[in-house]
Ligand binder design. Sequence first.
Ligand SMILES: Nc1nc2c(ncn2[C@@H]2O[C@H](COP(=O)(O)OP(=O)(O)OP(=O)(O)O)[C@@H](O)[C@H]2O)c(=O)[nH]1
Length: 300
Amino acid sequence: MNILIVEDEPVTRMLISSSVRNWGYEVSQVESAEQALAFLQQNEEYYIILTDWSLPGVSGLQMAQEIRARFDEPKYIIMLTNKNSEEDLIEAMEAGIDDYVTKPFSPGELRVRLRAGSRIIEQTQKLKFLANYDELTGIWNRRMLVTQMRNEWNRHSREELICSVLMLDIDHFKIVNDTYGHAGGDEALKVFSDVLKQSVRPYDLVGRFGGEEFTVLLPNTSMSEAKEVAERIRTEVESKIIHIKNDCSFNITVSIGVAERETSDKSVQELIGKADSALYFAKKEGRNQTVCWFGSEVTQ
Ligand SMILES: Nc1nc2c(ncn2[C@@H]2O[C@H](COP(=O)(O)OP(=O)(O)OP(=O)(O)O)[C@@H](O)[C@H]2O)c(=O)[nH]1
């Protein structure tokens, strides 16, 4: 866990830093609130901030308010101060401070308070992961995927760019589960999402839409380019051997629907709907194939 120390007094700063470092934390130090805010902007992975109340310029309290307003990432702020009245404590907590330690501080007390802060940050991160990612495959879940797709959609509409969507559905997945068990099915889903991640560019949006259905949004990509990506994924999936216990192995196939954004599309849902219709035809026509949406028609 990384800790940012905000303290203008050099000796105190050094003392706190060396204690915190000895307890196994990564430490960075700054002298003012302005420096701290600039540092946090560049270093998102600093989740615990240990700050003095009185700082030159912007105070520790104002800094806490600023951190709450600016950052989405969880931040745990501990105020280390000479102020020790009940009113001070209430004022600090109301400004957005999470915990409060009075100076001269007891190292033992600071250590356990840091440990409590780390626990809260870890739990918050875990919850955040579960809210945005699919636990089994590690890729975005539907909620996060649709949010990100909407953002990308708005950008593409504003800048009048092309983009395409792939809807992918593993074939006869019920039979996979029935034959190789739920664990075999889960392994297939993991292997499939690995193939998916490795087959697209870092800025393409990939997520699990639900069950054995996955979605990819390809920014700045035409239908014909998207079809090439889809075919690459399809052939890679087909050739991948999935190993499960007892030396058992099998492979799966996938059907894919492709659609390109048209200016008449009102929302990303409309585009997803077209890719989904193309996917429906891919299933109907025998599976393990890519079908593209063209107007009210589809083509293989
Ligand atoms: N192992 C596993 N199975 C899942 C998971 N989510 C959904 N499924 C299963 O996926 C299967 C989907 O079956 P269907 O919707 O009938 O589709 P299908 O058998 O793939 O048939 P087609 O799509 O028509 O090729 C169901 O049996 C679900 O229980 C999961 O997280 N793990």
